[in-house]
Design a protein around this ligand. Structure first.
Ligand code: CA
Length: 219
């Protein structure tokens, strides 16, 4: 049951999982993802529940996601949206995202999820060019780490004031804390954390859920 990249001791995390409600269709997608390479990239059920709750708490309708992988978080968010809600989710892998599509359909929310295949920076620039500035309520960054700062800058123009940007892997990558690693990805995360710590444009809190989830409220 334990996700290999969790920071919590396995017995504690197993307990968290045992008391976390995971909708059946999300559990099915998790099982399907277990056969896909890099499946440790999938968020935990507890993080999915948290993100769904946050989306409901802020009354989000329009959501953006950078890094679809097999579509678990997009589905968790879509299930929390009203029927006229929208999740635009970006990824470069047609292969991985295809795993999630049948489950989006099965859950009855495929009309709410728009998959954009291609570099996320290009999709964000397209959205800005099409008048999307300040039109999103919620955004989730869980894509290639060296681009986090660039994604963040664009999201500050795409997400409305009072909207929420959630950033994944701010504390750990593949189970190891970012400040103990020398990889390019880990260095990018440490630099990103420093960037937002000093950035007065947002209010922030770092949660130790999953591999670290930083919440940024746009001022
Ligand atoms: Ca992640």
């Amino acid at each position: 049951m334990t996700g290999r990249t969790q920071l919590l001791p396995s017995d504690v995390y197993d307990y968290v999982r045992s008391i976390t409600r995971e909708p059946a269709v999300l559990a099915e997608l998790r099982a399907a993802t277990a056969k896909v390479p890099h499946n440790v990239m999938q968020i935990g059920a507890d993080q999915g529940a948290l993100m769904a709750l946050l989306v409901r708490l802020i009354g989000a309708k329009r959501c953006l996601e950078l890094g679809t992988y097999t579509g678990y978080s997009a589905l968790a968010v879509a299930l929390a949206l009203p029927s006229d809600g929208k999740v635009i989710t970006c990824d470069t892998s047609a292969e991985w995202t295809a795993v999630g599509v049948p489950f989006w359909r099965k859950a009855g929310v495929s009309d709410l999820i728009e998959l954009k295949l291609g570099p996320a920076l290009e999709t964000l620039d397209e959205l800005l060019g099409a008048g999307g500035a300040y039109s999103f309520d919620f955004a989730f960054i869980d894509a290639d780490k060296p681009n986090y700062a660039a994604y963040y800058e664009r999201l500050l123009t795409l997400v409305r004031r009072g909207g929420l940007i959630a950033v994944d892997n701010t504390l750990a990558l593949a189970g190891a804390p970012v400040m103990t690693q020398s990889s390019t990805n880990a260095k990018a995360m440490v630099a990103f954390n420093e960037l937002v710590r000093k950035d007065e444009r947002v209010e922030q809190a770092m949660l130790t859920v999953g591999e670290g989830l930083t919440l940024l409220r746009v001022r």
